[in-house]
Design a protein around this ligand. Structure first.
Ligand code: ZN
Ligand code: ZN
Length: 234
């Protein structure tokens, strides 16, 4: 069976990405990727209140925009399939900077609030037959903050609750996720063009949403690759 080239963590101008949805589809489609997930940010209400700016000034999606966002993703998915035979999964990054966790929810149908607890979020994703992924669980940004500190602090408790953990995010590899034998994926956390050159996931399965989700959950036919540019397939 074929190996699929996948990236499950991509931002667009629906939140703080530099590329529009259409441009993201062209960029990944031209490169020859098989599966992508669009995962724009929604932010916890406490962080929004604390900051004082509006959702659009903060470059995040407002919960009231979620319906329109989903429709735009379905539309982009049709184009991606027609133009490039590329599967596009709708997703969202539930961003909670108050309690410090970022969670990817793939293929969900209804809005889930990032104000909920980690366990409630994972359950809500599962009820919608989606996929939950713990983001950059051991990542330190330039200021030394770890936006997913809460997930790593409680990783023993959350280990098997998530469908997968990011073993790599863009240029960073998290050895511990591999050592502890968690289910894993590798993603670019794409915000701008240079982020395309980064760690990605390979999955061996059929190219449809149910098979891809099942392959992430089973996690026995999964691998990493570092994309260096150019066409993946001739
Ligand atoms: Zn994040
Ligand atoms: Zn992200």
């Amino acid at each position: 069976m074929q190996w699929l080239y996948c990236d499950f963590h991509i931002h667009t101008t629906w939140s703080d990405g530099k590329y529009s949805l259409d441009n993201v589809v062209s960029l990944y489609g031209e490169a020859g990727f098989d599966v992508i997930a669009i995962t724009d940010h929604v932010l916890d209400s406490e962080s929004i209140k604390r900051d004082g700016r509006t959702a659009s000034e903060l470059q995040i999606m407002d919960s009231s925009q979620f319906g329109a966002y989903q429709e735009a993703l379905w539309d982009a998915a049709r184009k991606a399939w027609k133009s490039y035979s590329m599967l596009l999964l709708p997703g969202v990054e539930l961003t909670n900077n108050t309690d410090r966790f970022h969670i990817l929810a793939l293929d969900i149908k209804e809005y889930i609030s990032p104000d909920l607890s980690v366990e409630e979020i994972i359950q809500a994703i599962r009820r919608q037959q989606g996929i939950s992924i713990a983001c950059h669980p051991y990542f330190r940004n330039h200021s030394g903050d770890d936006p997913s500190f809460h997930l790593w602090e409680n990783h023993e408790r959350f280990a098997t609750l998530f469908d997968a953990w990011e073993v790599a995010n863009r240029d960073d590899l998290f050895n511990v996720v591999g050592l502890k034998k968690f289910n894993y994926v590798a993603n670019s956390d794409f915000h701008e063009k240079r982020h395309l050159l980064s760690w990605k996931t390979l999955l061996q399965c059929e190219k449809n949403a149910e098979s891809v989700k099942e392959a992430i959950r089973k996690n026995d036919r999964v691998s990493l690759f570092l994309y260096r540019g150019g066409k993946i397939r001739q």
